[in-house]
Ligand binder design. Structure first.
Ligand code: COA
Length: 365
């Protein structure tokens, strides 16, 4: 038995390949760097879903279908009681999940479009309600990224901000058989439907060992405060058995390529004065100190920067509160969960592994 199923191959996929030794990510035949440089969110949706539904898929039609779906889904926000404690008191990702659970299960492209549009509408609405503001209606004419930022702040985002969110959503669209994607495939293997797959995946994603890390990364940046405090602060955390959030990965033994893609994406936002440039200098100082300390303390386990580290900086600069970062991750990863669910339904069998019983036996035995 492999603890955590490490190194176990549990599916064949044409969707993405994570090469942990080389630090390389390929999404449907395109390297991450090329994908981020050339694609918007809608392009990567078309790339990932192509051939998985009985319908023609291209980026332009995805953009208009997502826009229409966002507008239609706003009815769920309008129908919700704005004083409902499930919306106001839950962490944003949980409130978003509660709204997602109202979408009926299905297996066609229309169901997939609804599920990709839904978190983009529900997360900004939940955040505004929790802040005492009225949710803002979607604008079907905008791209998914542009509309998310507009529904969040009430202002039309700048080109740099929209490009930054696009780069983020593209970068995190799919990533092999991570815990939430595996959860999505397990549910899909029972033919329960895409909503059920996505709900299971969101539930797996929210844990701090998976998609719940970027909020704590920002807490760490705030805790360190100044570059010169980095080594002492991080040493203290490690002395107390804490893990440094944004470092380490099950597959990557080198730098996570998504970290650099995001670092590149956030630079125009900081360079144009739309965010505090001192944050990048602080993040770089903490990164250097953390890598040095991890090398000293865990010489046998290569630990490097992962995707969550620069996610924290980017999403903060785009105006998302830190308790919403996991929800934004879910907005971007939903296309990957759906693509894997469809691949599983089309080509796979019921996933039903064995366990080895190590408990007590009945007396007679
Ligand atoms: N900080 C300090 N030590 C770390 C560490 C981190 N971020 N990540 C791993 N380690 C250490 C563990 O303490 C363990 O040491 P030990 O063998 O002396 O006990 C060793 O490295 C192996 O850790 P393990 O938990 O077995 O590795 P994993 O493959 O199961 O864990 C993560 C992968 C991502 C869960 C882990 O690196 C982690 O917790 N990182 C921080 C959270 C995070 O950034 N999550 C986002 C992932 S994209």
């Amino acid at each position: 038995m492999k603890s955590g199923l490490e190194d176990v191959v549990a599916a064949e996929t044409k969707l993405s390949d994570v090469d942990g030794a080389a630090g390389r990510l390929i999404i449907r035949g395109v390297s991450l760097d090329d994908l981020v440089a050339t694609s918007r969110y809608e392009d990567v949706v078309a790339l990932l879903l192509d051939g998985l539904f009985d319908a023609h898929i291209d980026a332009a039609s995805i953009r208009s279908q997502l826009g229409a779906a966002r507008v239609a889904l706003f009815a769920h926000v309008e129908a919700a009681d704005p004083a409902d404690p499930a919306l106001l008191a839950l962490p944003p990702v949980d409130a978003m999940r509660a709204l997602l659970a109202r979408i009926e299960d299905g297996d066609d492209l229309a169901s997939a479009i609804r599920l990709m549009a839904a978190p983009a509408v529900f997360l900004p609405a939940v955040l505004r309600l929790q802040n005492g503001d009225m949710p803002i209606k979607p604008d079907a004419s905008l791209s998914q990224s542009g509309d998310i930022l507009r529904m969040l702040s009430g202002r039309v985002p700048t080109t740099e901000q929209t490009a930054g969110l696009d780069a983020y959503l593209v970068t995190i669209s799919d990533h092999g058989l991570n815990a939430s994607t595996f959860a999505s495939r397990v549910i899909a293997s029972t033919h329960a439907g895409l909503t059920s797959s996505v709900l299971a995946a969101v539930s797996a994603l929210k844990g701090p060992l998976h998609g719940g890390a970027p909020g704590p990364v920002l807490d760490m940046l705030d805790g360190v405060g100044k570059p010169e405090n980095a080594r002492a602060w991080l040493s203290h955390a490690l002395d107390h058995g804490e893990r440094l959030m944004g470092f380490g990965h099950r597959i990557y033994r080198v730098r996570d390529p998504r970290a650099d893609a995001l670092k590149t994406a956030l630079k125009p936002i900081f360079a144009s004065g739309q965010a505090d440039a001192g944050r990048i200098a602080l993040a770089e100082a903490i990164e250097a100190a953390a890598l040095a300390l991890l090398r000293e303390r865990k010489p046998d386990r290569p630990l490097d920067v992962n995707v969550e580290y620069y996610t924290a900086l980017l999403l903060d600069a785009l105006g998302f509160p830190r308790n919403a970062f996991t929800g934004v991750f879910a907005i971007g990863r939903t296309v990957g969960w759906i693509a894997h669910a469809r691949e599983q339904t089309l080509d796979g069998r019921l996933i039903r592994p064995q366990s080895r019983y190590v408990g007590p036996l009945p007396k007679a035995a």
